[in-house]
Design a protein around this ligand. Structure first.
Ligand code: HEC
Length: 135
């Protein structure tokens, strides 16, 4: 009788360890999978930004970051903006990738994207464009 209780207790004890181990393994697998996505944010200095680009980055963080990833081409609500000025045409609209077109999109918006003509003054627009050129 005592033996039976003992072995049962022992059994449930090892069961518990088993589920903890399974849980840990699942957690570690998930952490490993998402690790590539959580990249540490680089400082302005690490990116080699000048003062104008730094103020452009602040504007970007405030107004654009929630929809556009700056260092990835992967889309969020809008397309990722990595290398936005490195190709002759913009990835989504197919418009020429130049200051004129891009500032128009920022000023007036496009489809789901709001316009920022009320938010950014001429200096802000220049700073933002300067930062976008570093992506
Ligand atoms: C609410 C989400 C949202 C915000 C905030 C936003 N955008 Fe957009 N953006 C979009 C979407 C969606 C598109 C795609 C529009 C389309 O259908 O052509 C887009 C398009 C663009 C494009 C053109 C891409 C292409 O390939 O044609 C640029 C450049 C751009 N956004 C820059 C910015 C900048 C800079 C800011 C910050 C001032 C910003 N966006 C803020 C959602 C957003």
């Amino acid at each position: 009788m005592i033996k039976a209780i003992d072995s049962q207790r022992c059994h449930s004890f090892s069961d518990r360890w088993h589920s903890i181990t399974v849980f840990l393994a699942a957690f570690l697998a998930l952490a490993a999978l998402t690790a590539c996505d959580i990249e540490r944010r680089k400082s302005d200095a690490e990116l080699g930004l000048n003062p104008q680009q730094i103020s452009g980055r602040k504007l970007y963080d405030n107004y654009c970051d929630r929809c556009h990833r700056p260092y990835s081409t992967k889309g969020e609500k809008g397309p990722g903006l990595k290398g936005i000025f490195q190709h002759p045409y913009l990835p989504m609209s197919g418009l020429p990738a130049n200051d004129e077109r891009v500032s128009e999109i920022i000023r007036y918006g496009r489809h789901e994207m709001p316009g920022y003509s009320q938010t950014l003054d001429a200096q802000g627009m220049q700073d933002l464009l300067a930062y976008l050129h570093t992506l």
